[in-house]
Design a protein around this ligand. Structure first.
Ligand code: GRF
Length: 192
């Protein structure tokens, strides 16, 4: 199965997927990385791993639909069967989401359905949460609302800051994202 990854920044989850997909028995291959920011550091990492890259700035397009149609053309040129969102910081329109329904997944830094949206670690700390984590889920039209494939939990510890908490969770993100993609690509996980 051929997988494209959409990023906007650092790309550490992307790197974890690239690394996992190197295993000979992994059921998916990473065929391209697309960023909506040309300066995303993850693009360098992908290129250094010999993976095709592209960047498309939404601001250069007259509408979100035209931006997303062009993204689709790039993904199709790579022959992508699946799309992984990995720190892609744009909300996707309904046409794009429907086109990839059941074949597009995202990693979100909270135990969904808790803390959809941004600044999840700040909000969990402000609430005095004792547990926090991350979720890999199918992308559906509602933001951060699709069914979960895998979750990982971590404790919130005394003295935690958004940075220490996010670092603890990132380790788990890098573990569960490759495992969730493996489940999707092997047919073990499917959108009902
Ligand atoms: C991760 O925390 C991910 O959960 C969120 O955005 C961040 C991306 O980090 N969606 P990276 O670019 O994968 O390093």
């Amino acid at each position: 199965k051929r997988v494209a990854i959409l990023i906007s920044g650092r790309g550490s989850n992307m790197a974890a997927l690239i690394e996992a997909a190197r295993a000979p028995d992994y059921p998916a291959e990473i065929v391209g990385v697309l960023s909506n920011r040309a300066a995303a550091p993850g693009l360098q990492t992908a290129a250094a791993n010999g993976i095709a890259t592209a960047s498309l700035a939404q601001s250069k397009f007259p509408s979100r639909d035209m931006f997303e149609d062009t993204m689709t053309q790039v993904l199709e040129s790579w022959g992508a069967d699946y799309v992984c969102l990995a720190g892609f910081m744009r909300i996707l329109g309904e046409d794009f989401v429907n086109r990839w329904q059941g074949r597009m997944i995202n990693i979100h830094p909270s135990l969904l359905p808790a803390y959809k949206g941004l600044n999840t670690h700040e909000r969990a700390l402000a609430d005095g949460a004792t547990e926090h984590g991350c979720t890999v889920h199918f992308v559906t039209p509602g933001l951060d609302e699709g069914p979960a494939i895998l979750q990982a939990r971590v404790p919130v510890l005394p003295g935690d800051t958004p940075d220490t908490l996010s670092a603890r969770i990132l380790v788990e993100e890098h573990r569960i994202y490759p495992e969730a993609l493996r489940m999707l690509a092997s047919g073990e996980a499917a959108l009902a």
